[in-house]
Design a protein. Structure first.
Length: 177
């Protein structure tokens, strides 16, 4: 399904426009298994939102710190190229091995969008970008003023995930009247 549509639909007074739009929520992780965090996406009053895909990204604090130090030239200690490669490989593997459960609920209608919590690797892929997007079998319509509640449950205990950010994205388009 092409998520970019003709800019206008209808005729005369019933003209509507569809614009690509992504709803993004960020979760602050703890690195402790069983920890649940929730965020809510508020659908605006401008018009309905149609979700066609979802994806996620993981930002490890250690990764951001490593790159900030390298770009600014600040060295807390001298890092050899071999150590730098080792650190980058370790962070890449940590993102690849990150696991979480998630649930989606259309709070506006009370409709749960799955029968039980889902393991992200079975639906939207791994943290290293393998299968980074999940296309919904059928686009999901969320009415204006509705909310989508997303709950994430951490599975793996690791200090590396402490203070990490999990970005969760619903991709699709808004229908503007």
């Amino acid at each position: 399904m092409n998520r970019f549509r003709e800019p206008t639909r209808g005729t005369g007074a019933q003209m509507s426009r569809e614009i690509p739009f992504d709803h993004i929520v960020k979760f602050n992780l703890t690195g402790k298994p069983g920890t649940r965090v929730q965020q809510v996406i508020n659908i605006s009053t401008e018009g309905p939102f149609v979700a066609t895909h979802m994806s996620f990204g993981l930002v490890l604090k250690a990764y951001a710190t490593l790159w900030q130090d390298l770009e600014s030239g600040v060295d807390s200690h001298i890092v050899t190229p071999e150590e730098e490669i080792k650190q980058i490989k370790m962070l890449s593997e940590a993102a690849e091995n990150f696991l979480f459960f998630y649930t989606l609920v259309d709070s506006g209608t009370g409709r749960e969008l799955q029968s039980d919590k889902l393991l992200q690797i079975a639906t939207i892929g791994r943290g290293d970008g393998l299968r980074p997007f999940r296309e919904f079998p059928q686009p999901m319509l969320f009415l204006p003023r509705s909310t989508v509640r997303i709950e994430v449950e951490e599975i793996i205990q690791a200090n590396l995930y402490k203070e990490a950010e999990l970005w969760f994205v619903l991709q699709g388009y808004k229908i503007l009247a």
